[in-house]
Every structure is written in C-alpha cells, then in structure tokens.
Design a protein around this ligand. Structure first.
Ligand SMILES: CC(=O)SCCNC(=O)CCNC(=O)[C@H](O)C(C)(C)COP(=O)(O)OP(=O)(O)OC[C@H]1O[C@@H](n2cnc3c(N)ncnc32)[C@H](O)[C@@H]1OP(=O)(O)O
Ligand SMILES: N[C@@H](CCO)C(=O)O
Length: 371
C-alpha cells in the first residue's frame, strides 16, 4: 500500500543528507528496521578525523544549526559558523535529527515496512537509543572520537548520554540547560503536553495521517511548553496585563467570544507557529524520549556513572530558567570528577536563553573549546 505521508517537515534548503544505519533494537524492547538519520555538516573533516564536533538539537529543533552554504539561518546561527565559537573553519560540525523526529530522520510519520506511516505503531525510542543510532552514523562518517559533543536542553541530555554511553568517543562534552535526569516536575509538564495532543479528537490514537491534523492538541502542548520556556518576569515585562487591542478580555464570556490579553494572543501565536512546522506524533515521541532522560538508569549512582566518562565537561545554565533549574546543573557539575564550573547565563528570558543569549554562551564555549 502506498500512502502519502503528510506532516513530514523536512527542511528544503537542500543540504540535509540522509544515512541508512540499519535496524535498531530499542531499550524498551521494540525494534525499528531500516532507520534513516538526517544530518547536516559544516566545515571539513581533517585527515585524522580529530576535529569533529557534534551539535545536538533541542526538542523542536532541526539539523539546521547554522546557515552554511544556504540563506536559511539556523537555530544557533551566531554560535556556529566561520570564526564563531564553534568555528567551522576549524571544526567539522555535524548535527543529526533525533530518531522519532520530523526533520528527516525515521519517525512516526515515516513509512513502516508495510508502506503505511508508523503512526500509533511507532515504538518508544529513548535518548539512549538515539545515541546508539548516531554512533552508527559517526562510524559511517569516519569519526571514531568527537572532539566535542554539545547541546542545550534535550540537546544537552543527548550530549551527556553520548559521553556516558560511549566514553571513548567523546573528548569534550557541553551540557547546557539540563540536569542528569528529567525530574518529576519536568515529566509532569511533559505529560500535560502529550495528553493535550492525545485528547484532540483528530489524533485518532496517532493514526491521523491522511486526515485532519490534531492542530488544537499540538498548539495547546506548545502553549504549555512555551510558558515553561519563559520566565514570569519576562512575560510580565513584555505583556503585563495589556489587552490584545482591539480585543478586550473584559468583554464576552462563556458563550460569546471573549477578547484576549496580549500574553494569550502571544501563546496562541506560538502554538499555531509550531503546528505549521511539526508533527504531533513526533512531538509525543520526542517528549517521551526526553522523559526517559536518566543517565544513571541501569548504571548506578551519579558520581560512578559520570566517572565512566573521561571527557572534559562544559556545564551551563540560564539563571532565570524555571524548567531546568541552574541547581540541577550545579548538581551535575558537583558530581563530575574534578572541578567543573557552571557557567551562568544571566538573562531574564528563562529556559530559551540557551537559544537567545548567544553572546554569553559563545564567549564561555569558545574558551572551553580552545583550552
Ligand atoms: C525549519 C525550522 O523552523 S527548524 C526549527 C527552528 N526552531 C528551532 O530550532 C527551535 C528553537 N527555536 C525556538 O524555540 C525559537 O525560535 C526561539 C526560542 C529561539 C525564539 O522564539 P520566538 O518565538 O522567535 O521569539 P519571541 O518570544 O520573541 O516571539 C516572537 C513571535 O511572537 C509574536 N508575538 C509577539 N507578541 C505577540 C502578541 N501579542 N500576539 C501574537 N503574537 C505575538 C511575534 O510577532 C513573533 O512572531 P514570529 O515568530 O511569527 O515572527
Ligand atoms: N524552544 C526550544 C526549547 C526546548 O528546550 C525548542 O522548541 O526546542
């Protein structure tokens, strides 16, 4: 059966590459045959393959870290590029779309062996599984050991998992805006998001491809998430109690459409923006992968688990982050062997500061990569 798969949002800037890495036995017991990984590269791998840097994207990011040969800006545009802190004149930079995603790697909207989209049949893929898949791609690229693996938020969790799963393959590890495991509160916020999608009438248990898309559920999930990505102070300073003119939140009611506050309009916009670029099943798959983040699972106490890695660690946190508290980064740093500082990004924005405060982060990261 041939099915037109909708809502794959593979970037169209033309430099994404695809690698078949074979079948993947999954930690939770499932199996994915014929996994494809989408990836981008910048710079040149040197003769002894000693200059490779892996940048891992966060929850809704893609492989497109920086523009390179295209006009399309990336999500860490000022952090990676020629002369940037992750200098593509010096490093061969790689970014890989996570398994389960919708930016080119095998995910729920990809065809299963029967030709129909995986949909509800897509198995649980943990961050650890993704790391195993990425190691196979590294083998194909001829990269035995990364000079550095780094990322923020879920990207930081992926980087940390790399350093522990493959200690001999990671020389430096940048763990930004994330702790060593998803906490109860982070899992709780995540569950509210996945339920918002599952309870959309269009979700159909995950088998909605070819029919109406569960837009309302995905947009609601993004609203919940986005509140956690920003600080109370940022929302207050930006929107306060202002109405979204010409609407008035004090008119209307339960039956008549009520006007919105500016912050409501802003969250509506953020929700709708994600609906245009992300698959709902992928959102669930990746969110649940992030829930699984726990480098100690099956390995032992935190210090012993971290001691598996001989990497030099770079740990950073945004001071106003109310989702991944700086205290969780400090706990990670304190459990690492040796003296590891937590680089604090000072910004009122909240968690998203790891994407927006590139000046501070870049300055600190450049020093780490040069040492
Ligand atoms: C192909 C791809 O897209 S790849 C994936 C790209 N994305 C990623 O990698 C994920 C990481 N990036 C992000 O999460 C975000 O881009 C961030 C955090 C870096 C920045 O977030 P932004 O939404 O751009 O920032 P900000 O909070 O300032 O919001 C600005 C938007 O809110 C809108 N807005 C502001 N006030 C209001 C309001 N009162 N009512 C409605 N909309 C509003 C602005 O018009 C603007 O809209 P636009 O983004 O459509 O231009
Ligand atoms: N805004 C980011 C934050 C996730 O940590 C994203 O959408 O990926």
């Amino acid at each position: 059966m041939t099915v037109t798969v909708t809502r794959t949002t593979v970037p169209e800037h033309g430099i994404v590459r695809y690698a078949s890495i074979g079948g993947l036995d999954l930690e939770a017991g499932g199996y994915l045959p014929e996994v494809t990984l989408a990836y981008e590269t910048w710079g040149t791998l040197n003769a002894d393959a000693s200059n490779a840097v892996l940048i891992e994207h966060a929850l809704t990011g893609s492989t497109h870290v920086t523009r390179g040969d295209t006009d399309e800006p990336g999500w860490w545009e000022q952090l990676a590029g020629p002369g940037a802190p992750v200098d593509t004149d010096r490093f061969f930079v790689v970014s890989i779309n996570i398994v389960g995603g919708c930016y080119g790697s095998t995910g729920p909207s990809s065809p299963a062996p029967d030709g129909a989209p995986w949909g509800s049949r897509f198995p649980l893929v943990t961050l650890r599984d993704s790391t195993v898949a990425e190691a196979r791609l590294a083998d194909q690229l001829g990269i035995r050991s990364w000079f550095a693996v780094l990322g923020g938020s879920m990207g930081g969790a992926r980087a940390l998992e790399w350093a522990i799963s493959f200690p001999e393959r990671v020389q430096r590890c940048g763990v930004i805006s994330i702790g060593h495991a998803s906490t109860a509160e982070q899992i709780a916020f995540a569950q509210a998001q996945t339920l918002a999608i599952r309870q959309d009438a269009n979700f159909k248990g995950g088998d909605y491809y070819g029919g109406p898309f569960p837009e309302d559920g995905l947009a609601l999930a993004r609203r919940i998430a986005h509140i956690t990505y920003r600080s109370a102070a940022e929302l207050e300073g930006r929107f306060g109690r202002e109405p979204q003119a010409p609407e008035s939140p004090l008119h209307g009611g339960v039956l008549a459409a009520r006007g919105r506050y500016q912050v409501e309009s802003y969250l509506d916009h953020q929700g709708n923006k994600l609906v245009r670029r992300f698959d709902a099943n992928s959102y669930i798959a990746i969110t649940e992968a992030l829930m699984s983040h726990d480098i100690c699972r099956g390995r032992g106490p935190l210090p012993e688990t971290l001691a598996r890695s001989g990497a030099r660690f770079f740990v950073a946190a945004v001071d106003s982050d109310r989702l991944y508290f700086p205290a969780q980064s400090r706990e990670l740093a304190a459990a690492l062997p040796g003296e590891v500082d937590v680089h604090v990004i000072e910004a009122p924005i909240g968690h998203d500061g790891f994407l927006t405060e590139i000046g501070q982060l870049g300055h600190q990261l450049r020093a780490h990569l040069s040492a």
